[in-house]
Design a protein around this ligand. Structure first.
Ligand code: F0G
Length: 457
């Protein structure tokens, strides 16, 4: 490293996508038409889209070259072998099963290993993971230690190991098909999991004879945090940290739309021959032949190349620093954010910022709508709209009301981020003027995608 402090984007721009400029009046009208739900907008009406970091990143020159090289043979395509080798270079599991995205890998695995009476404990299940476990009749259990959102700790994504041990004792190992660790912990603010915690979970699993699986969507970001924050890893190459995490597990599910640096794709990987065979049987029925799964040969190439690029140090340094740059600027301006800043997103604490809006009037939704109207920024409410509806149709406040500003990989420049900082600060300074919302129309489940809202006068 030389003497300069500014961390630059480690790439030049090679093809561009125009952003269509809009006025405040236009955006207010579009939001009204969308029923105050940002999922209902036409993406052309969004200036800076921070709805998700999933599948929204920019591919590199070499990934686009891979798209051209993609071989679409039904069976045994060279693209499959490049994909499999790239996966196994980081995650040396015996079986690699390609799927069209992460949730398809979850669906296949849980349909084979779960079922009524079973339970899968985790540091925090992502919502599709939870839903795929629950549809089999099994229970998805989060054993996240309780932390204050503003408390700064290096590995807030860790599982509560003592609680895990107790849980297995109480339920009995026979009813637990696997323990899951989500790296990084998305539901908990994009927070990393330490190697020490993974080792401790491995020891608990060994003591009870249980397999450990990783939901490894953001594995490279997690490895970077381990290198930055955990003693003993200061000079360990990132691929070695990834392989060490993998060595503690028996298998993984993966969405290549995150740290695969691809726009689509995923996989299931594991060592167990019998489970792998049963998973491949489901794969053939629902996704495709085992050498392409749910993907075209060209997608397999894009992922294989993405896996080489995502563990590069220059990329990860820029990636984690640019997310922190956004979060730290907001925190310095007094905007309440979940601390420390995670790898892929900044989470605004809408409940603290808008104490005059009760949780059942959706402060997160109100803040997300204001960021769109004022600045064309699209974030995502993660709070009472998303989690507040109970199966019996009643409502209760979620544990937090957050707005996630997820940062797509390699997509926005520093001036885009400076603009986001300016807009969020402006809205936060006028927070007392924001009003809550009520729901005017909603489906019975997953209401955050399609519910319609009206502002409360
Ligand atoms: N696991 C985690 C931790 C995730 O964040 C996601 C997706 C999945 C599994 C499912 O993967 O989308 O490829 O089927 N998260 C996206 C998000 C949707 O916005 O956080 P998928």
């Amino acid at each position: 490293m030389d003497r300069w402090k500014t961390i630059i984007e480690p790439f030049r721009i090679h093809s561009i996508e125009p952003i269509r400029m809009t006025t405040r009046e236009e955006r207010a009208a579009r939001l009204e038409e969308a029923g105050h739900n940002l999922f209902g907008l036409h993406a052309n009406d969004v200036l800076i889209d921070l709805l998700t970091d999933s599948g929204t990143g920019a591919m590199s020159r070499d990934q686009w070259a891979g798209i051209q090289r993609g071989d679409e043979s039904y069976a045994g395509s060279p693209s499959w072998f490049r994909f499999r080798d790239a996966v196994q270079a980081l995650f040396p599991f015996k079986h690699v099963i390609p799927t069209h995205q992460g949730r398809a890998a979850e669906k296949i695995l849980f349909s084979v290993i779960c079922g009524p009476g079973r339970a899968v404990p985790s540091n925090a299940h992502f919502d599709t993971t939870r839903a795929n476990i629950e549809t089999t009749g099994a229970e998805a259990v989060d054993l996240t230690p309780r932390h204050d959102p503003s408390e700064i700790l290096p590995f807030k994504g860790d599982i509560d190991v003592a609680a895990l041990d107790r849980f297995i004792d109480e339920r009995g190992a026979a009813s637990i098909p696997a323990v899951f660790m989500t790296i990084t912990n998305n539901s908990n603010g994009g927070q990393p999991v330490s190697m020490a915690n993974l080792r401790a979970v491995r020891a608990v699993c060994d003591a009870h004879g249980l397999p450990l699986f990783l939901d490894a969507c953001r594995f490279a970001e997690n490895a970077w945090f381990i290198r930055q924050r955990e003693a003993g890893f200061e000079s360990t190459p990132i691929p070695d940290i990834v392989r060490e995490m993998a060595s503690l597990a028996d298998g993984m599910t993966m969405s290549a739309k995150k740290d695969g640096l691809a726009n689509i794709g995923g996989w299931l990987a594991l060592d167990d021959d019998d489970i792998a065979e049963r998973c491949r049987d489901v794969l053939i029925l629902t996704e495709g032949f085992p050498t392409y799964g749910g993907l075209a040969g060209r997608d397999l190439e894009a992922i294989a190349e993405g896996l080489h690029e995502v563990v590069e140090e220059d990329y990860l340094r820029y990636r984690i620093r640019s997310t922190a740059y956004l979060g730290e600027a907001l925190a310095e301006a007094g905007v309440p954010v979940v601390q420390p800043i995670g790898g892929h997103a900044v989470y605004l604490d809408a409940r603290s910022l808008l104490p005059h809006i009760p949780p059942l009037q959706y402060p997160g939704q109100a803040l997300a709508c204001a960021l769109y109207v004022e600045g064309g920024i699209r974030g995502c409410e993660i709070g009472t709209v998303m989690f507040g509806l109970r199966p019996d149709g009643t409502e209760s406040p979620a544990s937090m009301d957050l707005v996630r500003l997820a940062v797509p990989r390699r997509t926005y420049t520093q001036s885009h981020v400076d603009y986001v900082i300016e807009v969020v600060r402006w809205v936060a300074e006028r927070a007392s003027q924001l009003r809550g919302l009520r729901i005017t129309q909603a489906p019975r489940s997953l209401r955050h995608f399609t519910a319609r809202f009206a502002p409360i006068a």
